[in-house]
Design a protein around this ligand. Structure first.
Ligand SMILES: NC(=O)c1ccc[n+]([C@@H]2O[C@H](COP(=O)([O-])OP(=O)(O)OC[C@H]3O[C@@H](n4cnc5c(N)ncnc54)[C@H](O)[C@@H]3O)[C@@H](O)[C@H]2O)c1
Length: 472
């Protein structure tokens, strides 16, 4: 809502007994001064009948696992898929292609239950100062289990054997032919073979660990290996310095890297050169993305040797190849993965709304300030990552004689994020400061995108600076 409209509403609101209320009053309860913050609520669509004051409104797109939704306590959360305009505080979605028009000025955060966020206009959200969250690793166990299944599909002619048995069954010949025909579907064991893992993140590290437990030798390549993932790797794994050196030793290769378009990206990373280093009978397991593999080069490899390609992605060239098995993108399709992702997204959103904490964001820096002291007020400010902003923000507090108890300032790309805990006792304790004025001053500073007051009633205390106009 525009400030002018907000001001009109404010004048009608119930708190109008005093035009300017400070957030410090002379009334002190158990050592903590009374803090007036509810003037924000009055500026928050109070005339809208659908608005439940004192609750965070989570708008869902797609059906979200009930287990995830149950993470939101009903005491201060309400969940719906059809909020009227400017009534929702955060969005939770799965695969819905989110349009900018669906993102109201009241939206503070967006969380995707899943790893990819290409159904969310992330770049635009960064410009607007809205963090977008995902759930990395939530489906890692599901994908890892299917990679293990791929190992077996690639070592025994299971799919061909199953199809053959169906054909024989239709002809009533199963019992008669089974022992004779089984020679066509012989295979090999995975124990003692070498598995190369390209990309040792959530899925790759878990796969390495399980493969090792199944008696395989493991080698891995990942120039960006995180400490968290490194700690999950089997002790025996050999770390290699290139994809080629990793695959040249391998009987099986598991691809577990992200697909990144453009120069320096990973499009077709498994191409002619890398494939020329494959053993003749190597099995490539692609449960990452179809575009990572050059289908032409793969076809040449499959045509000339006894190698196999097991993929979770459609492929116009290889779908019917006798040495390929193509699955319909089943990696994350388990009930448990959906539940884990929804629960993780719900926790991430709550942490952001209630504490200002940022983790698992694809466009904002990670940020976590320790719990705020009892009675203190937490203010978060999102601003453009340009010089002088931190000083300007601190200056607003200093001008109002407000003591900052703790704060963090962190940035990522074009956006910076501040979490600031302030002492509700101002200056000598006698000065009265209107928290709304303070927030307006902070928000309207050039370069600031939004601010939040994390204090008191859920849902209150959000302000945005949209091209020099003030929305709440
Ligand atoms: N089949 C499915 O349904 C399904 C489900 C989930 C994820 N995935 C795919 O699996 C991929 C991996 O998922 P994750 O959760 O393990 O991701 P992750 O981010 O935890 O791990 C990816 C790892 O790959 C490494 N990496 C990036 N580029 C590399 C390169 N060029 N060479 C070697 N290593 C490189 C990174 O350093 C990181 O450690 C995802 O990007 C996604 O495309 C598929």
């Amino acid at each position: 809502m525009l400030l002018s409209t907000a001001a009109a509403r404010l004048s009608r609101a119930s708190f109008t007994a005093t035009a300017r209320r400070g957030f410090t009053s002379t009334k002190v309860v158990a050592g903590i001064p009374t803090v007036h913050y509810d003037h924000f609520v009055s500026g928050w669509n109070e005339n809208d009948e659908a608005y439940t004051q004192g609750k965070f409104h989570i708008q869902t797109f797609n059906k979200i696992s009930p287990l995830g939704l149950a993470r939101f306590p009903t005491s201060n959360y309400e969940i719906a898929d059809d909020y009227p305009k400017n009534n929702a505080h955060a969005i939770l979605l799965r695969s819905h292609k989110l349009q900018e028009t669906e993102i109201d000025v009241s939206i503070r955060a967006i969380a995707r239950c899943g790893a990819g966020t290409n159904n969310v206009p992330v770049a635009r959200m960064t410009e607007l100062g809205i963090p977008v969250f995902n759930t990395p690793g939530a489906n890692a166990n599901a994908v890892k289990e299917l990679v293990l299944c791929g190992l077996f599909l690639g070592s025994r002619r299971l799919v061909d054997g199953i199809n053959h048995m169906k054909k024989l069954g239709e002809q009533g010949l199963q019992k008669e032919r089974v022992e004779k025909d089984k020679a066509m579907f012989g295979g090999r064991e995975i124990a003692g073979k070498t598995l190369a893992i390209i990309g040792m993140g959530h899925i790759g590290a878990a796969t390495a660990r399980e493969a090792s437990a199944l008696g395989m030798e493991t080698v891995g390549y990942d120039p960006g290996l995180s400490i968290e993932s490194a700690l999950k790797l089997p002790r025996e794994i050999q770390i290699m310095d290139s994809i080629s050196s990793a695959v040249s030793k391998a009987d099986y290769i598991s691809l577990n890297i992200p697909y990144i378009k453009g120069e320096g990206g990973t499009h077709g990373i498994i191409g002619k050169n890398v494939i020329s280093d494959f053993k003749n009978d190597a099995v490539l397991l692609n449960f990452a993305r179809g575009e990572l593999v050059d289908s032409e080069a793969m076809k040449e490899f499959l045509d000339r040797g006894n190698g196999r390609y097991i993929s979770d992605f459609p492929d116009d060239l290889l779908w019917n190849h006798k040495n390929a098995i193509i699955l319909p993108h089943l990696g994350a399709s388990t009930e448990e993965a959906e539940e884990t992702a929804a629960a993780m997204a719900a926790d991430t959103i709550q942490d952001y709304l209630e504490r200002g904490t940022i983790r698992n964001s694809v466009n904002f820096p990670a940020a976590a300030l320790p719990e705020r002291q009892k009675g203190s007020i937490r203010i978060t400010v999102v601003n453009k990552n340009v010089p002088g902003m931190l000083a300007a923000i601190s200056e607003v507090f200093a001008r109002h004689k407000i003591n900052i108890i703790q704060q963090i300032n962190t940035s990522r790309g074009a956006v910076a994020y501040n979490v600031i805990d302030i002492d509700p006792v101002v200056g000598d304790g006698a000065t009265e400061i209107n928290l709304k004025d303070l927030q307006k001053e902070l928000t309207m500073h050039e370069g600031v995108l939004s601010s939040r007051l994390i204090f008191g009633k859920a849902g209150a205390g959000y302000a945005r600076n949209i091209e020099g106009e003030y929305f709440v």
